[in-house]
Design a protein around this ligand. Structure first.
Ligand SMILES: [Cu+2]
Length: 455
């Protein structure tokens, strides 16, 4: 059946089923979409080998309720229902993003956010994205990993005309897959300006085992010259590395309950591959950018390489209380503003004394424009030790500047050990967890405050 005819039948199913409610409509749509489902329904009705089972066992049940994914430091894109279609409004525009307490960049993103807000749907749903381009140049949106008709693929000149500044464009398709997908501009330089967001399709039937927490992380890298705010989208070396558009220690920790099952979905839109490492726990990779992976492929690991354009979904049982670090393990991705630091060292130290290098590092560390920055101790003879300094002046504790409910109770100067692509999965006991949820509720999460501030 060609795309137009299929859509006609889907639309007919939706409009015809107006009074049946969304679930019925979804069932109808799924049956139209998926010949296997349709066959199953038929078999159930007429050819059951088990005689005459109860009705509810025969008819496919509606989609299972799903656990929404939380994207720390980012909002979800709201939607409205129109005749059984989930309608989203997405606006591409320049965005100011505060990636660290002392660094705001001029990125491009969606709906005032970079990365863009998270889209969450359920397998089988029909979605309409009313898109508006407020960028100074043409753009389009590609639905990465989703099997959509060619005219919805979002590639300029191939599947559609580029969307000019000020223009609107409507994308519409049925999501027949489950998994971790993303939306992004199909211009390479626009991608490197930050134009990406999550598109999560929750399964019609819950994954087994079920997860109790579901978190999403977008990996991005930025080249921003000192005293500049505009990323160099043509750069091959990066000095700012972010999870969901925030650099450690400003990234909001993920909060999990002791004994729960945690799912982390990680997607990468950049120039480098990132080995993401979790401390103190083994996980299994339960999915890729192509959807759920069969359980026979799961094996224990604690570092997963998330390549460019890939998604990796990992799950683990949170058996151990504590604040467990999760970070990219590329050494230069565990740093902030490394270009400034390395520029001084690489160029100057070759011809200068260690003392001069030391004073440069001190000047740089002191230039951080807020109070209560704590450094680790150094030895009295530090200057006489070949190789010094390495990390001494890169560790800058700034607990107060990055405090939020989710950081409550961390040890003093916790922020000194965190930079770049790095955050915590905080596994809390029942009591601590309830307390934390109360705290988040009463104070609001970082994302909510940011959003309220921005709008
Ligand atoms: Cu990395």
């Amino acid at each position: 059946m060609d795309g137009t005819r299929r859509r006609f039948f889907q639309d007919a199913a939706f409009f015809g089923a107006g009074f049946l409610g969304l679930q019925e409509a979804l069932r109808a749509s799924t049956a139209q979409d998926d010949p296997q489902t349709a066959r199953r329904i038929e078999q159930g009705r007429h050819h059951s080998p088990y005689g005459h089972p109860k009705k509810k066992e025969v008819l496919p049940a509606g989609p299972d309720p799903y656990l929404p994914m939380i994207t720390p430091d980012l909002a979800d894109l709201p939607h409205e229902m129109e005749g059984g279609v989930k309608v989203f409004k997405l606006v591409a525009e320049p965005v100011k993003r505060k990636i660290a307490p002392f660094k705001t960049i001029d990125a491009w993103g969606y709906n005032g956010s970079c990365p863009g807000p998270t889209i969450q749907v359920q397998q089988g749903e029909r979605v309409r994205i009313i898109f508006e381009n407020r960028l100074p140049e043409s753009t389009s949106i590609h639905w990465h990993g989703l099997e959509v008709p060619i005219e919805q693929d979002g590639v300029p000149w191939i599947s559609q005309k580029p969307i000019a500044p000020g223009e609107k464009y409507i994308y519409e398709f049925t999501v027949h897959q489950e998994g971790t997908f993303f939306y992004h501009s199909h211009g390479a330089m626009q991608e490197m300006m930050g134009m990406i967001g999550f598109f999560v399709a929750h399964p019609e039937k819950s994954y087994k085992p079920r997860a109790d927490h579901d978190f999403g992380v977008i990996l991005q890298e930025w080249a921003v010259l000192p005293n500049n705010t505009v990323p160099n989208s043509a750069a091959m070396e990066f000095n700012w590395l972010t999870f969901n558009g925030m650099s450690a220690p400003a990234i909001t920790p993920m909060i999990a309950k002791l004994g729960s099952r945690v799912r982390l979905r990680i997607i990468n839109m950049g120039m480098d591959h990132h080995p993401i490492h979790l401390h103190g726990n083994q996980f299994v990779v339960t999915g890729t950018e192509g959807g759920r992976a069969p359980e026979s492929t799961w094996y224990p690991m604690n570092t997963v390489l998330v390549g460019v354009a890939q998604a990796r979904v990992v799950e683990f049982d949170a058996k151990y209380p504590g604040s467990w670090m999760i970070h990219c393990h590329l050494p230069h991705h565990m740093m902030n503003n490394m270009m400034d630091l390395l520029r001084d060292r690489a160029i100057e130290t070759a011809s200068a004394t260690d003392a001069k290098a030391l004073s440069q590092m001190e000047t740089l560390a002191e230039s951080v424009p807020f109070e209560h920055v704590h450094h680790s101790a150094i030895a009295e003879n530090a200057n006489s030790v070949p190789g010094f300094p390495q990390d001494a002046f890169m560790e800058m504790g700034m607990d107060e500047a990055v405090a939020k409910p989710e950081t409550h109770g961390l040890p003093p100067n916790w922020s000194a050990g965190m930079m770049g692509m790095m955050t915590l999965v905080r596994v809390l006991t029942d009591h601590q967890y309830e307390e934390m949820m109360q705290r988040i509720k009463s104070t609001g999460t970082a994302e909510q405050k940011e959003h309220a501030h921005g709008s």
